[in-house]
Design a protein around this ligand. Structure first.
Ligand code: SAH
Ligand code: MG
Length: 193
């Protein structure tokens, strides 16, 4: 796990967001329990979460998309250092510009918080039978439950978007969503059969 702590340290020094321990453990546990084999991730960062997912089980294959070229390069380097090039594929660009003609058991949305619903709709047809959407940061440091925690205009706007996303899933008839306080707030949305 020495490689993993190096990535965490790099993330801290360079202010790169990575999933909280609790959140990542929760998803890895889900991967193992539900025999997840294919993952699509929106928002690679520097590859921390994809490496953790791939390490959860040795038949997991991750496709992950990152917008920022520097983070993309750092992610590719970290994945190579972890000998996971054959199981993690990093795409460079805006996730909205990608379409896939294959299915994924887990679609993990951890990119631009204001656009979660757009990505959910964009990749909805790529969810395999019994597949799930998992979204991160739905609590957004507690601000989603208590908007008065911030006075920053753009943060407020973003938090309102997340509140709308949560409401969208609560009302959605096609998907059933469970919300967890774990980490920075995680939702697991499964299509009703
Ligand atoms: N999943 C990572 C952290 C990702 S942070 C981990 O836990 O290790 C969110 C990332 O989404 C940022 O690196 C940001 O550059 C990227 N991002 C933002 N908008 C994006 C978009 N439209 N398409 C793809 N990636 C995007
Ligand atoms: Mg996140």
């Amino acid at each position: 796990m020495e490689e993993i702590s190096k990535i965490k340290k790099f993330a801290k020094i360079n202010s790169v967001p990575i999933m909280k321990d609790e959140g990542i453990d929760f998803i890895c546990d889900y991967i193992v329990k539900n025999n997840v084999k294919s993952i699509l991730e929106i928002g690679t960062g520097i590859g921390y979460s994809s490496i953790r997912f791939a390490r959860a089980k040795d038949d997991v294959f991750v496709s992950t998309i990152e917008f920022d070229i520097e983070r993309y390069h750092e992610a590719v380097k970290n994945i190579a250092d972890n000998n996971l090039m054959d199981r993690i594929l990093v795409y460079l660009g805006d996730a909205a510009s990608f379409t896939f003609d294959r299915m994924f058991d887990l679609i993990f949305i951890d990119g631009p918080k204001a656009q979660y619903q757009k990505f959910f709709e964009h990749f909805q047809d790529n969810l395999s039978e019994n597949g799930v959407f998992i979204s991160d940061n739905l609590s957004f440091h507690g601000m989603v439950a208590d908007l008065s925690l911030t006075h920053n205009y753009s943060t407020k706007k973003l938090v309102k978007k997340i509140q709308k996303y949560v409401a969208f899933f609560k009302e959605n008839q096609e998907f059933h969503t469970d919300f967890f306080e774990t980490g920075d707030g995680i939702s697991v949305s499964k299509k009703n059969n």
